[in-house]
Ligand binder design. Structure first.
Ligand SMILES: Nc1ncnc2c1ncn2[C@@H]1O[C@H](COP(=O)(O)OP(=O)(O)O)[C@@H](O)[C@H]1O
Ligand SMILES: O=P(O)(O)OC[C@H]1O[C@](O)(COP(=O)(O)O)[C@@H](O)[C@@H]1O
Ligand SMILES: [Mg+2]
Length: 340
């Protein structure tokens, strides 16, 4: 069997570990041949494909980014399933392992419904995919965010300031919640839970009154009071969605105005997506990679590998892509006991 591998959507630490796991297991156990598809669906549509040898994946599980490149190309805008089948046939490619988030896997599901042999691997720092307990990349993003909040807090303490830290999370607040709890934030603001400016300021003042440097962690997708949408002053991405970012900068002067506490903001942005994966993410990504080849060999098309408890299972792509995994209200309430 010849298997093509692609990485698509926002990159995330651990992608290379999946590629390495798949190629090594496929070569050593199943004697499969691999093709590297460049830049996600773009490579499959534009026929940008090359052999992917075992020697190329040596030692890459600790490397950030993806050796295959990524893009947000929509396969259905330029030829769709028919074009992909044509390119696969040309390369005698029997199957595709698609490593991506909810967007990529939705595309994979649609392609699979059209008869393309696809197996999905869930990736995203946002941890917003249903049908898997965790995705690789999330642990690394939370670690980087936690360390950054710890650092920002020491400078805020020196200056008796409030610090607003903006983290990623397009639709969900998992990174904000976990890094906020880990760093002992005085407020965590997420897209799932509306919080008034008044409440935020009450938490900030309570922390200040105890001699603490108030620390507010906000997910980029948090919708501030009185606004209908997220803060997105930087136009649209290639898929036509608003590019989020800026809520931290918007909140800081408002908090300063209401509380009188000098307030700064810092946006962590792509720092959360770059660099080496944590050991947790390397292990999860490697296990996903080896399991994805097993799924391809077993011809489990239209499925995705997933983490359930500590086991790796196979789930239907339909189940994985219908509902986003958002933060349940009780998980935020549990954290909110510690705010202020
Ligand atoms: N509903 C959809 N149908 C087909 N293709 C989609 C769909 N949603 C997203 N995609 C494609 O997958 C790409 C990757 O999705 P995106 O959300 O950017 O990243 P991720 O896969 O990490 O979630 C998108 O740019 C788009 O081209
Ligand atoms: O700056 P970019 O690459 O357009 O993407 C930013 C978005 O990508 C993410 O990091 C991950 O989202 P995806 O998994 O959907 O790619 C989001 O948290 C963020 O909103
Ligand atoms: Mg997405």
């Amino acid at each position: 069997m010849t298997i093509g591998i692609l990485t698509s959507g926002g990159d995330c630490p651990g992608l290379n570990a999946v590629i390495r796991g798949a190629v090594i297991k496929g070569d050593r156990i199943h004697h499969e041949t691999f093709l590297g598809i460049r830049d996600g669906w773009r490579g499959l549509i534009e026929d940008d494909i090359r052999p992917l040898e075992r020697t190329e994946v040596r030692g890459i599980s600790k490397q950030g980014g993806t050796i295959l490149g990524t893009s947000r190309t929509n396969p259905f805008e330029s030829g769709g399933s028919q074009r992909i089948a044509e390119v696969m046939q040309k390369h005698e490619m029997d199957a595709v392992i698609a490593i991506g988030g909810e967007g990529t896997l939705t595309a994979a599901r649609r392609l699979s419904d059209d008869g393309i042999n696809v197996v999905g691997v869930p990736k995203t720092i946002d941890n917003d995919l249903s049908a898997t307990d965790y995705t690789f990349g999330f642990d690394t993003a939370v670690s980087i965010a936690t360390e950054s909040i710890d650092r920002l807090r020491t400078t805020a303490e020196s200056h008796h300031r409030c610090m607003v830290v903006e983290v990623m999370g397009r639709h969900v607040g998992w990174i904000a919640l976990h890094s906020g709890i880990a760093a002992g934030a005085h407020a965590v603001l997420i897209p799932e839970v509306p919080v008034t400016l008044q409440q935020i300021c009450r938490w900030v003042e309570a922390a200040r009154d105890r001699g603490r440097a108030p620390t507010v962690v906000v997910a980029e997708g948090f919708i501030p009071e009185g606004q209908e949408r997220e803060v997105a002053p930087r136009g649209l991405d290639v898929f036509g969605r608003p590019r989020l970012g800026g809520i931290g900068e918007q909140l800081a002067p408002l908090i300063e105005e209401v509380t009188g506490i000098e307030t700064r903001s810092a946006t962590l942005g792509h720092l959360q997506r770059g660099g080496v994966p944590t050991s947790y993410d390397r292990v999860l990504a490697t296990r996903f990679g080896t399991a994805s080849v097993d799924a391809a060999v077993a011809r489990q098309w239209g499925t995705m590998v997933s983490l359930v408890g500590t086991d790796i299972k196979n789930v239907d792509l339909h189940d994985a892509t219908t509902v986003l995994k958002s933060v349940p209200r009780d998980r935020w309430d549990e954290a909110a006991i510690l705010f202020g």
